[in-house]
Ligand binder design. Structure first.
Ligand code: PHE
Length: 469
C-alpha cells in the first residue's frame, strides 16, 4: 500500500491525461498503415465493431478496477487484482503486466526519440532540396547505428537517452506536477498541429501530381480509407488486425489505465470519463490519423505506390520529402508540426507506461516517486538498447509482437474474466455505475459478461494460429 498522497488536479486534466495515454504514435503511424494493408474502407467496419463490443467495455473494466483499487490506496495492477480476487496468483500475474510496460516503453520511446531528432532536423532544414531516395537514405543511416555516413554517428543513441531523461524527469515530478501538466499542453497542441496537416490532406487534391500520374490525388487516398467496403468482412485476418489496433490504440491490457484511474476519488464519475477519453481517441485516429500521411502521400506519389509501400517508417522516410515540395517556409512549419505532433502524441503515452511500475514500487516497497521514476528510466534504457542497436535485425518487431500484441491480449482476457466472473458482474456493474454522470445502457451488462471475453478469446486463439507476419 502506498502512502503517497497524489491525485488529479481537475477533471479536464484527468480526461486529457487519459486521452493523451490513448492517443499516441499508434493513432498516426500504426492505424493508417493497418487500414491500408487491410483493404482501406474494409477495415473500418471491424474496427468500429471491435471498438464498441470490446474497446469500450475494456475501458470501463479498467477504469472501474482502477478506482476500486484506489479505495484501498493501491495504484498498481498486482495490488488491484489482489484486492478483487483475494488470490495470490493474480498478484503475481499482475507483476508480469508491469514488465510488459517496460518492454513496450523500450521500443516506443525509441520511435518517440526519432520524432525529437526530426523536429531538430526540420528546423535545421536538413531535408531541404533532397530527393525522395536521399530522404529515405537519411533515415536508413539514422537507424543503422554507428555506420552513419551523414550526421552525427550514434545520433539515434543520443536522442534516445535524451528522450528517456525527459520522460523520467517528468515522471519524477508526479501526477499533477508532471503528467497532468504535460497532457494539458501536449494534447491541445497535437490537435492543433493535426488539424493544420489534415486540412492540407483535404485540400491538396491533385495539385501536387507529377506529370502523367493518374492516381495522384489526395481525395483518392481519403476515399480509399473511408468508403466502407463489405468485401473483406469475412476475412479473419482483417478482424484480427482491427482487434489488435483497438487494443494498442486504447492502451488497454497494460495497467496504465488502472494506475491513472486509481487516483480518481471514489465518488467521482468513471463511466462518462472513460467514454470521453475513448471517443476522443477514436476521433483523433479515424479523422486526423487517416487524413495526414496517406492522403498527402497519395497526392504526390499515387494510390498504387502508397498501397505497395505503406509502412510506419513512411512518416520519417517520405513525409519530409513531401513537405519539401511546399516551399521553404511551409515545409519547415509542416515538419515542425508533424514531428511535434508525433512527439506530443508519443510522450503523453510513454509517460503513462511509466506509471504502473512507479505505482507498484510505491505499493510494494513504499518508494518515493523520484526513486520509482529513475529506476523506471534505467530499466527502460537496459531493455531498450537491444532495439536501438539491432533495429535492422528485427529485434524491434519481436518486442512489438510479444509485448505490444500478445501480452496485451492475455492480460485483457484475464482481467475481463476476473471482473465479471470472479469479482462478480453484479458487484462490478454497481462499481462502474456508482457516481456515473451517464446512464450506462443495461445491455452492456451481458456484453461485458459474455461478449467481450469471448471476442478476446477468439482474438487470442486467432493470433496463435495465424503466422506472425
Ligand atoms: N495507445 C498508445 C498509442 O496509440 C500506445 C500505448 C499502449 C500507450 C499501451 C500506453 C499503453 O500509441
Amino acid at each position: 500500500m502506498s502512502t503517497n498522497k497524489e491525485s488529479w488536479g481537475t477533471r479536464v486534466g484527468l480526461i486529457l491525461a487519459m486521452a493523451g495515454n490513448a492517443v499516441g504514435l499508434g493513432n498516426f503511424l500504426r492505424f493508417p498503415v493497418q487500414a491500408v494493408q487491410n483493404g482501406g474502407g474494409a477495415f473500418i467496419i471491424p474496427y468500429l465493431v471491435c471498438f464498441l463490443l470490446m474497446g469500450i467495455p475494456l475501458l470501463w473494466i479498467e477504469w472501474t478496477m482502477g478506482r476500486y483499487g484506489g479505495r484501498f490506496n493501491n495504484h498498481s495492477t498486482p495490488f488491484i487484482l489482489d484486492n478483487m480476487t483475494r488470490l495470490r496468483f493474480w498478484k503475481y500475474f499482475g507483476v508480469f503486466g508491469i514488465f510488459t510496460n517496460i518492454a513496450v516503453a523500450a521500443y516506443y520511446c525509441y520511435i518517440e526519440s526519432w520524432t525529437l531528432s526530426y523536429v531538430y532536423h526540420s528546423l535545421a532544414q536538413t531535408f531541404s532540396g533532397l530527393s525522395q531516395s536521399q530522404v529515405a537514405q537519411f533515415f536508413g543511416d539514422y537507424v543503422n547505428i554507428g555506420f552513419s555516413t551523414t550526421g552525427i554517428p550514434y545520433e539515434a543513441v543520443v536522442f534516445y537517452i535524451l528522450c528517456l531523461l525527459l520522460n523520467t524527469y517528468i515522471l519524477s515530478r508526479g501526477l499533477q506536477g508532471g503528467v497532468e501538466k504535460v497532457a494539458k499542453i501536449g494534447v491541445p497542441m497535437l490537435l492543433l498541429f493535426g488539424a493544420f496537416l489534415a486540412f492540407r490532406g483535404f485540400t491538396l487534391g491533385a495539385s501536387g501530381a507529377p506529370e502523367g500520374c493518374e492516381d495522384c490525388d489526395s481525395a483518392l487516398g481519403l476515399n480509399f480509407l473511408w468508403e466502407p467496403q463489405f468485401t473483406s468482412l469475412t476475412d479473419p485476418k482483417v478482424w484480427l488486425a482491427a482487434a489488435g489496433q483497438i487494443f494498442f490504440t486504447l492502451s488497454v491490457g497494460m495497467g496504465t489505465i488502472h494506475c491513472y484511474a486509481s487516483y480518481v476519488r471514489p465518488k467521482d464519475d468513471i463511466a462518462l470519463n472513460a467514454m470521453s477519453a475513448g471517443w476522443m481517441n477514436g476521433f483523433v485516429e479515424v479523422v486526423l490519423g487517416a487524413s495526414i500521411v496517406i492522403p498527402i502521400a497519395v497526392g504526390y506519389l499515387g494510390l498504387d505506390w502508397v498501397k505497395e509501400n505503406a509502412g510506419f517508417a513512411m512518416a520519417f522516410q517520405t513525409m519530409p520529402y513531401l513537405f519539401d515540395q511546399w516551399g521553404p517556409l511551409l515545409s519547415t512549419l509542416a515538419g515542425l508540426f508533424w514531428f511535434g505532433l508525433l512527439f506530443f502524441a508519443g510522450i503523453t503515452s510513454s509517460l503513462a507506461m511509466g506509471t504502473p511500475w512507479m505505482g507498484f514500487m510505491e505499493d510494494e516497497f513504499n518508494w518515493g516517486r523520484n526513486k520509482a521514476a529513475w529506476s523506471f528510466g534505467g530499466l527502460v534504457l537496459l531493455m531498450g538498447l537491444p532495439t536501438v542497436f539491432f533495429f535492422n535485425q528485427g529485434v524491434f518487431d519481436e518486442y512489438d509482437y510479444w509485448a505490444g500484441t500478445v501480452s496485451l491480449v492475455i492480460f485483457a482476457l484475464a482481467e475481463s474474466i476476473i471482473f465479471s466472473w470472479r469479482f462478480g458482474i453484479d458487484k462490478a456493474w454497481n462499481e462502474l455505475t456508482s457516481g456515473a454522470d451517464i446512464k450506462v445502457p443495461l445491455f452492456f451488462k451481458p456484453i461485458i459478461k459474455y461478449v467481450t471475453p469471448l471476442i478476446i478469446l477468439v482474438v487470442f486463439l486467432g493470433a496463435l494460429i495465424t503466422p506472425k507476419n
